[in-house]
Design a protein around this ligand. Structure first.
Ligand SMILES: Nc1nc2[nH]cnc2c(=O)[nH]1
Length: 446
């Protein structure tokens, strides 16, 4: 890869694929960035899936609290581990897979990430439009908001490092004040009693909180590669993301309980408190950093396929595509299930990546060149982990879920309260990679 060594704090991310990025993000910059990603309008409504895990009765409030904390901390741990690899190699997230699978095979996770990031980018643009709709009581049309948000997040993705500095300086404080305001206002009303709760959906609840954090696994290294040290990158992601997502989900749980667990009315609680619209507007505006992260990471993923194309051209094209797609989307229900399905690809992949980097071939330095040789056997633990995930949680796309239910019956595996798909998938993929790493070492010695 091309080697360039810019160092100043004002330096921007390299324009072409390189493993020598400017290391200009401080601990505070990164903590603020991850905290911003942890707070999302989707998080407030998504809390309903932790509170009422699919196929289970509602969790008690303590159960929802613990499931949120456990899922978030475990999911963030995976983000941290993937980010630590990027902080050490200096390569963007998808280019790291060249070391694990070889360059050509690294296109597999790259394509999955391009699909997931464009999907999330479109989703986030529609979430912003939904927020503006709630804020203006439907007085502003959908299309102009989508176009404005699309232009904003595309512009942000042209100057990613400058944007991260700005987020730290101005946006994170405003978001923290807004969250504090809503927390105080919502907790002033006593929570109505909730009946018929059960702990049976505890681990599915954990899985939900974990899945949202894990969806940032394939993006992490695009940002941590600019950290001054792997330790700072890891601490910042852990602190910023886990605190923010936990806070966001718990605020969502409180708001949901106050509107009888109807996610469609959740924004009413925020807008119903005195001056709520001011703080809600801040949260809507900051949702653009989520879209920005998706557009920028899609461009970086594309650069793994097109290493010599200027990332600004790629980001411009991706931003335009996401905006056009978002103009046509009004209902996201089916697509969000698809996003969760893609997200599940990255849980076992993270385990394989981390085990091979810290215990296997990565210890001697991965080959991240344009012609890194294929390591197809490394696909096996990934596939195994993916199968374990689907077996325990096949999701809500009916034909896909039915396929896996046949497999459950054939193997006599029946998911219960104990079956966290993410944890089992991560552990199985990690252990299987460990076996391959040991076999590779033996083979090298022989
Ligand atoms: N990758 C990704 N994951 C998410 N999880 C929640 N929102 C997002 C998002 O915008 N992108």
């Amino acid at each position: 890869m091309t080697i360039i060594r810019p160092r100043r704090r004002t330096d921007e991310a390299p324009l072409v694929l390189t493993t020598e990025p400017p290391r200009s993000l401080s601990f505070a910059d990164q903590t603020a960035f991850w905290a911003n990603l942890g707070v999302s309008l989707i998080g407030f409504t998504g809390a309903v899936y932790v509170l009422q895990p699919a196929g289970h009765p509602q969790l008690p409030i303590l159960g929802a609290l613990l499931a949120t904390i456990l899922g978030t901390v475990l999911g963030t741990g995976m983000v941290v581990a993937a980010g630590a690899v990027g902080a050490r190699t200096g390569a963007p997230a998808m280019a790291n897979f060249r070391g694990l699978f070889g360059t050509k095979l690294s296109y597999l996770p790259t394509l999955a990430n391009i699909v997931q990031c464009i999907g999330w980018g479109v989703f986030e643009l529609t979430v912003i439009a939904g927020g503006v709709l709630a804020l203006t009581h439907g007085r502003v049309a959908h299309a102009p908001v989508i176009i404005a948000a699309g232009v904003l997040c595309t512009a942000m993705s042209i100057w990613p490092l400058r944007v991260l500095h700005i987020l730290r300086r101005y946006v994170t404080v405003a978001v923290a004040i807004s969250m504090l305001y809503f927390t105080v206002q919502l907790l002033r009303n006593p929570l109505p009693p909730v009946h018929g709760t059960s702990w049976s959906g505890f681990f599915p609840g954990v899985d939900t909180a974990l899945a949202v954090a894990v969806s940032f696994v394939p993006l992490a290294a695009d940002y941590t590669r600019h950290a001054r040290s792997a330790r700072a990158a890891s601490g910042a992601a852990m602190l910023g993301y886990s605190v923010a997502q936990t806070w966001c989900y718990l605020l969502g749980v409180v708001a949901l309980i106050q509107v009888g667990c109807d996610p469609n009315r959740i924004f009413d609680t925020f807008l119903g408190v005195g001056a709520g619209w001011v703080f809600f507007a801040i949260l809507v505006l900051r949702e653009s950093d989520q879209s920005f992260a998706n557009v920028y990471s899609t461009a970086m993923s594309l650069q793994n396929l097109l290493p010599r194309v200027d990332r600004r051209i790629l980001a411009g094209a991706v931003g335009a595509l996401a905006t056009v797609l978002a103009l046509g989307v009004h209902d996201f229900t089916g697509f969000s299930n698809f996003l969760l399905l893609i997200g599940s690809v990255f849980v076992p992949l993270c385990a394989v990546l981390v085990v091979d980097y810290f215990f296997g071939r990565g210890r001697r330095g991965w080959n991240l060149d344009d012609n890194a040789p294929a390591r197809p056997f490394m696909l096996l633990p990934w596939l195994l982990g993916f199968a374990v995930y689907q077996l325990l949680n096949p999701g809500s796309i009916s034909w896909w879920a039915q396929l896996w239910m046949h497999a459950q019956n054939a193997l006599d595996v029946h998911p219960g309260w104990w079956s966290s798909a993410s944890l089992f998938s991560f552990v199985v993929a990690g252990l299987a990679t460990g076996v391959l790493v040991l076999a590779e070492r033996r083979f090298a010695r022989a």
